[in-house]
Design a protein around this ligand. Structure first.
Ligand code: SAH
Length: 226
């Protein structure tokens, strides 16, 4: 159980939009999201637009929620911590593998020059594209593809973020990361504890840093029929 007023608690009846936003940002800060640029981006992008139907009223809670195609929109604090670890710069080109709802891509779009995002579910890509269009986020390009191969035509990337768990970092993604680039991704077996890792590429090779334990849906091979 959580205490009343705890940021993890469900929506408080009668709360105004401003109060709800304050509580959302407070929860992020209390869970380690402290980078001002990331917090500003997360304040701007309304998570409620990316959660449909049944769970829409829980969009401002710090929890993962179901989206279409049996997938999930990640927990906001995890989105924040991953974005922070990625240390995105204004001129960067970023690849996201696992568009899902489009929420993470929308946040990245506030912080860099261009975002490419791919998902194996065509339906999720189409729904996310519609939201990007409505929000005027013209620097995001979304594709339906198996993201474990990256995007050879758009490579190399300054930053790569993977929001589904593979056993190991996919080789093509490592290859498509620029020297000086950073990749953040969960690795491990899908039904056990996974580790969020940060890979930094230098001219001497790749350095790996373990950030925390996480739980993501698995990275699955091939395009889906949906
Ligand atoms: N970043 C998303 C959450 C992603 S959930 C958000 O902000 O909402 C993980 C997503 O990874 C799912 O949508 C799933 O379809 C996708 N996925 C899994 N394996 C994939 C692969 N090989 N290539 C591309 N997308 C994949």
């Amino acid at each position: 159980m959580t205490a009343k007023g705890d940021p993890g608690e469900a929506g408080i009846p009668g709360e105004t939009d401003a109060e709800r936003k304050m509580r959302f940002l407070y929860a992020l800060r209390s869970r380690g999201v402290t980078d001002g640029r990331v917090l500003t981006a997360m304040e701007k992008v309304d998570r409620g637009l990316f959660v449909r139907g049944h769970f829409a009223d829980r969009a401002y809670e710090d929890m993962p929620l179901p989206i279409a195609c049996g997938q999930t929109i990640s927990q906001p604090s995890v989105v924040g911590l991953m974005t922070q670890a990625l240390n995105v710069q204004p001129r960067d080109t970023v690849l996201e593998v696992g568009t899902g709802s489009g929420y993470q891509a929308a946040i990245l779009s506030q912080l860099c020059r261009r975002v490419y995002t791919v998902d194996r579910h065509r339906r999720l890509v189409a729904e996310a594209q519609e939201i990007f269009r409505n929000l005027g986020l013209v620097n995001i390009t979304a594709f339906s593809a198996d993201g474990s191969f990256g995007l050879p035509d758009q490579a190399p990337f300054d930053r790569i973020i993977v929001t589904a768990a593979a056993e190991d970092p996919p080789g093509p993604l490592l290859a498509q990361l620029k020297v000086g680039g950073i990749m953040v991704l969960p690795v491990g077996q899908s039904d056990t504890v996974q580790s969020l890792i940060k890979v930094t590429r230098s001219d001497r090779g790749y350095e790996y840093e373990e950030l925390r334990s996480v739980r993501f849906v698995p990275l699955v091979e091939g395009l889906s029929n949906e």
